[in-house]
Design a protein around this ligand. Structure first.
Ligand SMILES: Cc1cc2nc3c(=O)[nH]c(=O)nc-3n(C[C@H](O)[C@@H](O)[C@H](O)COP(=O)(O)OP(=O)(O)OC[C@H]3O[C@@H](n4cnc5c(N)ncnc54)[C@H](O)[C@@H]3O)c2cc1C
Length: 468
């Protein structure tokens, strides 16, 4: 392909998915732009430590050190053959162009083909006290450890469900923190019934069993089928109140709490690009429509990794490469069918494993739908669950009973996080209050900017638009 015929390709995300996508494209002679808001590549799972830190991959990534080395090595090998833009936020997508922000400076990038590999974030259920200093998500607690080399507290309670719950508790314990409690809302029975499916990825399953067993064998208190009630404290966390499987209330002293009920894909950019969404009961949310090859219904727009649906790091690598191959095929480059078939088989196997992971740690719908009236639901705008419910009883019912209407009335989801944090629980609360199924309350539409940016950036856009 002549240089003048090569499409301008932009990849958003330099995690495992973005890295493997770039690798496939570069091998075919393309020169993609790879953009990531993080200061370094690696994504969430293989996040690189800041300059000046010298912990070994084994210390940072544990069992995943080899994979982290491989992904970092693959990315480093692309040096000079990609246009890598770290520390750069993509905050909007227009017709064939990305709006970027780096160090407070606005920039715009035109593309012909786009791969979105934007990863995921924790799914949160608000509970009384969750806005206290010292309460973070499980992912946030891990970022503190991996990136800054600090813990969120000395005596930490971990609350939620899913693989990250046990992994992060284990990492904290290994780093020397006192793990006060691991509270899993899933039951032991949930995990046991998922075991046959989990055996589709025996090595990953074995690691999960190891973390779980390690915590138990090191006298860490692990409770299952339990529910958090409230986090107490005045200027910081002092205790977690919770209910055991028999309904008996208990209290655990701690100075920090990490919460998370699985992950949710970061899909705002897909939304702004115009990718259609469909409701997924598996994810209990709306996901961009992406086929198994990484193609979206929009010509020239591809997606891969946890930003599409939660599959974990190995799936992200495979899906990134797959999206790269699809892009090449679509521009008429001869592709390696054997490599593609191998990826497709591996992705199908991983999907069977992923279904079992979801079964082992189901999202506690009742906990989310039952957030107490006085609990702050939207922490950006400080709106309580009761205020959202009241709207459901009044205006929303008279007009369109859905989340965007509720947002207009209450401002739930209108703050800095744009509903990324409160959205899932808000939808559950609204659906329960209206007495309808979750998909009926619809999906919070993505808005630009997807994350806060200095106001002068918006002013720049307006001025440039006017000038042209
Ligand atoms: C906090 C956190 C910790 C995790 N820890 C683990 C773990 O220890 N082990 C594990 O197996 N899985 C972990 N996961 C799951 C994780 O999602 C992995 O499965 C894997 O990192 C997914 O790879 P990915 O390439 O799809 O996305 P990611 O690795 O998340 O990479 C996405 C990249 O896109 C960038 N990005 C997103 N939006 C924008 C934007 N608008 N502009 C510019 N850049 C953007 C992000 O900065 C990020 O670097 C974690 C997830 C989270 C959220």
């Amino acid at each position: 392909m002549r240089d003048s015929d090569k499409p301008r390709v932009a990849i958003v995300g330099a995690g495992p998915a973005g890295t493997r996508a770039a690798e496939v494209l570069v091998a075919a002679g393309l020169h993609p732009v790879v953009i990531d808001e993080a200061a370094a590549n690696g994504g969430r799972v293989y996040q690189r430590q800041p300059a000046g830190f010298s912990r070994t991959p084994e210390t940072l990534y544990g069992f995943e050190a080899k994979k982290a080395r491989a992904v970092h090595g693959a990315f480093d090998a692309l040096s000079g053959r990609i246009d890598y833009r770290p520390g750069t936020l993509v905050w909007n997508i227009g017709q064939g162009q990305l709006d970027l922000m780096r160090d407070g400076d606005y920039d715009r990038l035109a593309y012909d083909r786009l791969i979105l590999a934007t990863g995921a974030m924790d799914r949160v259920i608000p509970l009384p006290g969750w806005t206290l200093p010292g309460v973070t998500t499980l992912g946030g607690a891990q970022v503190a450890l991996k990136a800054q080399g600090v813990g969120i507290g000395r005596r930490v309670a971990f609350v939620g469900t899913g693989p990250l719950l046990f992994l992060v508790a284990y990492q904290y314990a290994k780093a020397g923190a006192n793990v006060a409690l691991v509270l899993d809302t899933a039951t032991f029975g949930d995990k046991a019934s998922a075991t046959p499916g989990l055996l589709n990825a025996p090595k990953t399953f074995a690691k999960g069993v190891y973390y779980y067993g390690w915590l138990r064998s090191h006298s860490v208190r692990v409770v299952e089928g339990a529910a958090p009630c409230a986090i107490s404290g005045e200027r910081g966390v002092t205790a977690l109140a919770w209910r055991d499987a028999k309904g008996v209330e208990q209290e655990t002293a701690c100075d920090a709490v990490a919460v998370g009920w699985g992950l949710k894909p970061e899909t705002q950019l897909a939304d702004l690009a115009g990718v259609p969404f469909a409701y997924s009961e598996r994810q209990r949310g709306w996901l961009p429509q992406v086929d198994a090859t990484g193609r979206t219904p929009l010509e020239g727009v591809y997606m891969a990794g946890d930003g599409v649906r939660i599959g974990g790091a190995d799936v992200a690598e495979l899906a990134g490469a797959r999206a790269g191959w699809s892009l090449l095929e679509d521009i008429g480059v001869a592709v390696n069918r054997t490599a593609i078939a191998r990826i497709d088989r591996a992705l199908a196997r991983e999907d069977r494993f992923r279904r079992a992971v979801e079964k082992a740690g189901p999202f506690p719908v009742d906990l989310a739908a039952g957030v107490a009236d006085e609990t702050v639901l939207c922490r950006c705008e400080r709106i309580t669950a009761g205020e959202l419910r009241a709207t459901a009883r009044e205006e929303v019912r008279l007009a369109a009973p859905e989340v965007n209407r509720a947002k207009a009335f209450t401002r739930v989801g209108m703050g800095r996080c744009q509903g990324r944090v409160c959205g899932p629980a808000g939808a559950e609360v609204l659906a329960a209050a209206l007495g309808c199924a979750l998909p009926e309350v619809g999906r919070l539409r993505g808005q630009s900017p997807v994350k806060p940016i200095p106001i002068r950036a918006d002013a720049d856009v307006v001025l440039k638009a006017k000038a042209s």
